[in-house]
Design a binder for this molecule. Structure first.
Ligand code: ZN
Length: 215
């Protein structure tokens, strides 16, 4: 990242604190247990991203990766032993193609269960639910459709199918679900990404309950 003013450094530190707080909350919701899941946000000159393979509820602000606009790590010398997530290229695609300001990766049980139950379609469809309005640009009257892509043993191998899903994405969809795995969910900033994650979680919980599925 470029040289920063004291004010923007203070903002960066505040954003790092917020990301760590959100990771703790997401852990308690079961979205990033077992070191899974992740979060990233666009900041002036680049991005911040949580490390991979560590207990997300204990990530400290100084352990977040700083990346430049090309998604190259700029603070690696201070992050000995930590690894950037294999999700990084997937997050980069979402930033590039969707104009996102923040991307969340969740391993939510409700989303995994809903994708596993939907065997006939490559889309999960939600309709006649007030909560759909929590997604930017979506209305109660919409058939809100979210693409499902197949899982792969390695997260980095999801990139091609994720890119194809982004190319056929409905204008108001802000997520791609990965069957048996979880979801990539985004918003124009970190609080909108959080809200969208909560809404998709609710929609999947409802769909599962309506189908008699228990998580
Ligand atoms: Zn994952």
């Amino acid at each position: 990242m470029k040289t920063r003013s004291p004010e923007s450094l203070a903002d960066l530190e505040q954003t790092k604190l917020l990301l760590c707080e959100l990771l703790g909350n997401f852990y308690r919701l079961g979205w990033c247990t077992g070191t899974g899941g992740g979060i990233s946000v666009k900041v002036p000159g680049g991005y911040l991203m949580a490390p991979s393979g560590v207990a997300k509820e204990y990530v400290r602000p100084q352990e977040l990766f700083e990346l430049d606009e090309e998604f190259k790590v700029t603070n690696s010398s201070r992050l000995d032993g930590l690894r950037l997530s294999e999700c990084a290229p997937l997050f980069a695609s979402i930033y590039r193609k969707c104009g996102a300001g923040s991307v969340i990766h969740t391993h939510s049980v409700a989303i995994v269960l809903a994708t596993r139950h939907e065997t006939k379609s490559e889309t999960l469809c939600f309709e006649r639910l007030e909560m759909i309005k929590g997604i930017r640009g979506a209305s109660y009257l919409d058939r809100h459709q979210v693409p499902i892509i197949p899982n792969t043993p390695r997260e980095c191998d999801l990139e091609a199918s994720l890119t194809r899903a982004l190319d056929r994405l409905a204008a108001n969809a802000h997520a791609v679900f990965v069957r048996d795995h979880g979801a990539y969910i985004w918003g124009r900033d970190v609080m909108e990404a959080k809200r969208h994650a909560e809404v998709y979680e609710w929609l999947c919980q409802f769909k599962n309950a309506a189908a008699g599925l228990r998580s």
